[in-house]
Design a protein around this ligand. Structure first.
Ligand code: GLP
Length: 241
């Protein structure tokens, strides 16, 4: 995204520069999740910026889910992963923004004939081929989610090229999704899922179904995920009509 510029100097506005600087600090783990940021007053003195600028930069990062504020206690780097629902981002991008290095362990990465359910979700005729990716997604050694993605083989002929980020591969194929429909449902994790996610059986999980589209209306992916409920918050900005 382009930053707004100061018309006089054509520099990004101070609060946007500060926002980027704080994002960098979090990304590089110079401040760990759960740790406090210096107070508004200290930041203002240290950086020689007005408190209005500091407040504006922080408010933006709170909205993005990178920081949270506890009344009277200060501003902290978010411990849970807070995911804005209105942005079409990938698992890898969400974790990298928090200074975490994502990794996948695959159960399945292959091509096969579309099932009736998949053909409905992907808008495909019976008999065509799809690429399937079934994997557990980790940050360091900690499993965070299980994901099963189906992509038309006309878009992704060889799923073996996906090692980390599906969206990154789709981007190189010129098929990065532009729009998605997503449904979230509360579930309690069954024995197998709980074992894979290293949580007790019956723990809370979020079942997420995402169908993503290209500009021309083709469906790129149909992904069903189980995210750990003890780690993820999904947030959305709401507006009146
Ligand atoms: C999220 C979405 C999935 C999507 C995935 C891509 O987890 N819920 O629908 O397939 O991101 O992530 P990556 O590009 O890291 O593979």
């Amino acid at each position: 995204r382009r930053l707004s510029r100061d018309p006089a100097t054509s520099q990004p506005l101070a609060y946007l520069r500060l926002r980027r600087a704080i994002r960098n600090v979090v990304e590089h783990r110079d401040i760990e999740p759960g740790q406090a940021l210096p107070s508004e007053r200290d930041l203002s003195r240290l950086l020689e910026l007005s408190r209005v600028t500091i407040r504006k930069a922080i408010a933006g990062l709170v909205e993005e889910g990178l920081l949270n504020q506890r009344h009277g206690a200060g501003t902290f780097v978010a411990e849970r992963i807070i995911k804005p629902m209105s942005r079409l981002t990938s698992f890898t991008e969400d974790l990298r923004a928090r200074g975490l290095n994502p990794r996948s362990e695959f159960f399945e990465r292959g091509v096969g004939e579309v099932t009736p359910e998949e053909s409905m979700a992907l808008n495909l005729s019976p008999g065509v081929l799809v690429a399937r990716l079934h994997r557990v997604r980790y940050a360091k050694e900690e499993p965070l989610a299980i994901e099963r993605s189906v992509v038309p083989a006309s878009i992704l002929p060889d799923p073996m090229v996906v090692h980390d980020s599906l969206y990154q591969v789709l981007e190189t194929l010129g098929c990065r999704p532009r729009r998605a429909l997503q449904r979230l449902r509360a579930v309690s994790l069954g024995a197998q899922q709980a074992r894979l996610l290293h949580v007790p059986v019956g723990s809370a999980g979020l079942n997420i179904e995402r169908r993503s589209f290209l500009d021309d209306g083709r469906v790129v992916e149909f992904t069903t995920s189980w995210y750990r409920g003890d780690i993820y918050d999904f947030v959305a900005e709401l507006q009146t009509d």
